[in-house]
Design a protein around this ligand. Structure first.
Ligand SMILES: [Zn+2]
Length: 339
């Protein structure tokens, strides 16, 4: 059985990655196909693996010494070229010429679902690396405005995906974007396997809250990693997540200073982890830590800068240096939410 026609036609035109945009300008292609979401995602992933696979050369994911749950990813061929996503003007955004994540005439396949597009991330984080992008243009710190729709879309993509988002600070792109990887990221695996110490904070209406503390006991002197929310239904999650984000915004005095990780079980149970950020942007191996690092998997992208050079303790310490520690009074306010 051959490849589905859309893949064959796109693949024959796109050629090697560095010629992608030139090829596209010679062969503009726009077709709309109505497909079930699962099938559309499969096509999107196949196209990305064909066009963008060069970035996966020598990719390795390894455990970090001394940690039961952290992983490091080595990706020396990951696209690092800052200008890469800056497409030529004639292929750029039709809505906002300065934004590279707004709709464009780029020939890569996209999935349109309500106010969101699902597109391949040109800066790969792994074998499957997608972006969820609202349209029209919305600022990165506007997650709360789209939380309900975004959570519904994420849950409809299925349990194989883990999603992550980071607030505006340190982002290269200002257009709201949620990352999706079709893999179980370390923080999810650790929470499923109870490899991270968690203290129950309480039960809301259908949602339970847990404080994650990889060092064991709680207290103002022990930095914690975040709050894990578990809802029996995805539809119950947005209100709780939005409330928590708003508290964090108020306490830190700035907007959207947090990392978020989401995943959804086949049973319908929905999970979110919120990690408040400090004003610091910690670096490891010369790279600023991405939001993937806060999902338990820092990326090492320079040749020779292999995760085996770092211990779990070193990585955890670096991660914690980038997190904002909530005071007991703030945590008590969180607990009041459940009463
Ligand atoms: Zn935009």
């Amino acid at each position: 059985m051959g490849q589905p026609p859309i893949i064959t036609s796109l693949a024959s035109q796109l050629g090697p990655l560095h010629k992608r945009h030139r090829a596209a300008s010679q062969f503009p292609l726009r077709e709309s196909v109505h497909l079930p979401l699962a099938q559309a995602l499969e096509l999107l992933e196949k196209q990305a693996s064909f066009v963008l696979e060069g970035q996966l050369r020598s990719m390795e994911t390894t455990a970090l010494a001394g940690s039961s749950w952290l992983r490091g990813r080595y990706m020396p061929y990951r696209n690092q070229k800052p200008g890469f996503q800056k497409v030529p003007h004639d292929l750029g955004s039709t809505q906002n010429p300065r934004c590279r994540l707004c709709p464009s005439n780029d020939p890569l396949m996209e999935i349109h679902r309500g106010p969101f597009r699902i597109a391949s991330n040109l800066f790969r984080y792994g074998e499957s690396s997608l972006l969820l992008l609202p349209e029209p243009h919305l600022q990165q710190q506007g997650f709360a405005n789209q939380a309900a729709v975004a959570i519904e879309l994420m849950s409809s993509m299925g349990s194989a995906y883990t999603f992550f988002y980071n607030g505006l600070k340190g982002n290269s792109q200002e257009h709201l974007h949620i990352q999706a990887l079709k893999e179980t990221l370390p923080i999810r695996a650790a929470l499923q396997q109870k490899a991270l110490a968690c203290s129950p904070l309480g039960e809301g209406t259908g949602t339970s809250w847990h404080l994650i503390n990889p060092q064991g006991s709680l207290g103002e002197s022990n930095p914690f990693y975040g709050i894990h929310l578990v809802s029996q239904k995805a539809s119950e999650l947005p209100d709780e997540v939005i409330w928590l984000m708003q508290q964090q915004d108020a306490w830190s005095g700035s907007l959207a200073c947090y990392h978020l990780v989401f995943w959804f079980e086949t049973t319908g149970t929905a999970h979110a982890v919120l990690m408040p950020r400090s004003q610091r942007s910690p670096c490891l191996g010369g790279s600023q830590l991405s939001s993937l690092a806060y999902a338990g998997m820092p990326m090492f992208v320079y040749p020779g800068d292999h995760p085996q050079h770092y211990s779990g303790e070193q990585v955890l310490g670096t991660l914690q240096a980038g997190l904002r520690i909530w005071s007991k009074a703030e945590l008590m306010q969180v607990q009041q939410r459940m009463l």
